[in-house]
Design a protein around this ligand. Sequence first.
Ligand code: CDP
Length: 214
Amino acid sequence: MIIAIDGPAASGKGTIARKLAERLGLPHLDTGLLYRATARALIDHGRGLGDRDAAVSAARGLALADFNEAALRSREMSEAASIVAAIPEVRAALVELQRRFARRPEGALLDGRDIGTAICPDADCKIFVTASAETRATRRALELRSRGEKVDYGAVLEDIRRRDERDSSRAAAPLRAAGDAMVLDTTKLDVEAAFEAALAIVEAATRRRARAAL
Ligand code: CDP
């Protein structure tokens, strides 16, 4: 079974994805890390975030095992990731790696922005996780503070709005819900309630799949 979870920044999709993957025993790929690691490599090599050739070779050179997640989740890297993610050649360079992951025989769960629309359009279950920008900014500010970053709510809200705008308006695989995705609004849900709602969506998809196989 392939599960695709998409949604905007700090919507709760990462937490939902991790918890679902654990419950279902599925391998999980957080595809945002691919764009974050590509941006990190550019910065480390002193290249500009708009340097297409360098960005494509950085994307091609990624090794999943090498990710230092803590360093990639900073506020600076979120912004940098969304800049390189708008380069169509970078996205193209990362398609096969993601599809290979999705084709694992035991199934897979991928989360990102374009999993249900571009990477796995035939996924068995698609969930688009969303929440108000204000709620997302509150969550992200708390998360960044817990990692030791000094951030204020207003700046984080601004970051989120800018990133929403960039991610949704880019030409290549823009952020949007697939036509056949279930939309899960977590604005008023805590982590447990959001997880239960997502699990119910997956269970319904599993029953649909079983009926179709009869
Ligand atoms: O955790 P958060 O939602 O803030 O970020 P993320 O999922 O790690 O994604 C960081 C950035 O990578 C996003 O703002 C997107 O620009 C980009 N991204 C993308 O374009 N496509 C994906 N499948 C995943 C992330």
